[in-house]
Design a protein around this ligand. Structure first.
Ligand SMILES: [Zn+2]
Length: 487
């Protein structure tokens, strides 16, 4: 039996990160390209990760009091035209339907790029009194933003997401909601996706079109580029005004409510691949892995086969009873070595090997995906798998987070002179987070973007240090900001 692994080698990360990323996503069968440019197919292995992520985030969002609803895919074009910044921001990337049922439509329909307009049209009809507030709606759906440069999960014309939309009686309440969701996203990224994130405010140039403020959670990928993992927008009263949402307050006076919107998307699947993957392929955190534990039975002689398979099935039952997602790799015609490489490429967090000698000793060999070869194996007692394996999975989860955090911390640098910032950002790769004083002037931001390709990712909320001098113009800068090249 020949191992075919060699002809299927994935590009090493250090050689070409983008090629590595595509190899991993395609070979691990997470996604595939579609015949329509810009669109992708979520294959079962990728969709299973999305479902797990979605179910957990949905549970956390519902705990905040928001309820799920579903609004139409098509939005009258005139709705989008109502908010000037909103239409300006989204016009270049909207798909418009002009014909239906063989006839030209009286009014063209926009395929939703986001749903503020349609949802606020209904909020205007549903909100009359202060007793109708707060109104908190969440929607899981697809959106379309016309996009020709496809990158699997990261940049696609159609993607899946959740979008929350809320209306509140006071400014303070809406701001509290904005920050509460920001922190919910932070905690979700860190404890469920094992991705450490920075939180902060976006610069005006990076703000959501139509929002007063946009707040973000930003992660750092394995190549030192940043990825926006989620955003929470404080919309002020902008949409309430243009959609004429009004309520009678306790003194019987008409008021506009204060609003928020917030979302995360299937980009997070790309973040999981890029934050955790290595040269062998995917490394999926146990919380998300479609298969958390795979059991590989190993035998040479036919008489060993039944004995080893029986032990593997007993182990599987124990793991399933412990509530774990486990399976036995019973593939025939490939060597154990081929299976090991294949399962590592697919990112299964823990592999349990059972051979004839293990059966005799009542043991199994556990191999962790998060540790390098040579340091990743240990022996487990067969009768105690239901206790030992969940503990190991928790350690893997924590270790993946620690590894990502250690990279993020190493790749976050303070700069006080512009020449060193430029030098750091030179070249094709990432460059990490640059922590710099910036005066807030968009001209300095543009200079940095044009000369280094780094953009303002976040202005941290907890500014502890003293004011300094802007790294570009030398004027007084009240705040520090994090710049990075980003996806
Ligand atoms: Zn400046």
């Amino acid at each position: 039996m020949a191992d075919k692994q060699d002809e299927r080698k994935i590009t090493p990360r250090s050689q070409d990160f983008a090629a590595w990323y595509n190899d991993v996503v395609l070979r691990a069968e997470l996604a595939d390209y579609s015949p329509v440019r810009g669109c992708i197919v979520f294959r079962p292995e990728g969709f299973a990760i999305w479902e797990t992520l979605r179910d957990e985030l949905d549970r956390r969002i519902k705990k905040t009091g928001a309820r799920n609803a579903y609004f139409p895919l098509f939005i009258p074009q005139s709705f989008l035209d109502k908010e000037a910044q909103h239409v300006e921001g989204f016009a270049p990337e909207v798909a418009v339907v002009t014909h239906g049922g063989g006839k030209e439509l009286e009014e063209p329909l926009v395929v939703r790029p986001t749903s503020e307009t349609i949802i606020n049209y209904f909020f205007a009809q549903w909100i009359h009194s202060h007793r109708d507030l707060p109104l908190m709606i969440n929607q899981w759906c697809n959106v379309v933003r016309w996009e020709m440069r496809t990158r699997l999960f990261l940049r696609t014309a159609e993607f899946l997401w959740q979008e929350g939309h809320t209306a509140h009686a006071t400014r303070a309440e809406a701001e509290r909601e904005t920050f509460m969701i920001l922190d919910l996203y932070r905690a979700f990224c860190e404890d469920f996706l094992a991705i450490p994130v920075l939180t902060g405010r976006k610069s005006a140039a990076e703000r959501f079109p139509g929002a007063d403020e946009t707040y973000t959670v930003e992660g750092l990928m394995g190549d030192g580029r940043a990825l926006q993992c989620g955003t929470s927008h404080f919309l002020g009263q902008n949409f309430a005004r243009v959609f004429e949402i009004r309520y009678l307050d306790e003194r019987n006076e008409l008021q506009h409510p204060w609003q928020t919107s917030w979302g995360v998307s299937t980009r997070l699947l790309g973040a999981i691949v890029m934050a955790h993957g290595d040269d062998q392929g995917l490394r999926i955190p146990p919380t998300l892995a479609p298969t958390q534990v795979v059991i590989v039975p190993i035998w040479r002689k036919p008489e060993e086969r039944e004995q080893v398979l029986a032990a593997a099935r007993t182990a599987l039952e124990a793991l399933e009873r412990a509530g774990l997602r486990a399976r036995v790799d019973e593939r025939e015609g490939v060597t154990p070595g081929f299976k090991f490489n294949d399962l590592e490429m697919r990112g299964v967090p823990l592999r349990i090997e059972i051979g004839p000698r293990d059966v005799a000793a009542g043991e199994a060999v556990a191999a962790r995906r998060d540790l390098p070869a040579g340091q990743n194996k240990s022996k487990l007692k067969m009768e105690a798998l239901a206790e030992s394996v969940p503990t190991i999975l928790k350690e893997i989860q924590r270790n993946l987070y620690e590894q990502a955090k250690s990279l993020r911390d190493t790749e976050t640098r303070r700069f006080s002179d512009y020449a060193s910032l430029r030098q750091q950002m030179e070249g094709e790769g990432g460059g990490g987070f640059a922590d710099i004083h910036w005066c807030g002037n968009p001209v300095c931001e543009t200079t940095i973007r044009e000369q280094t390709r780094a953009t303002c990712r976040a202005i941290p909320l907890d500014q502890k240090g003293a004011p300094g001098k802007c790294i570009v113009c030398g004027e007084t800068a009240a705040e520090r900001a994090l710049f990075a090249k980003a996806y």
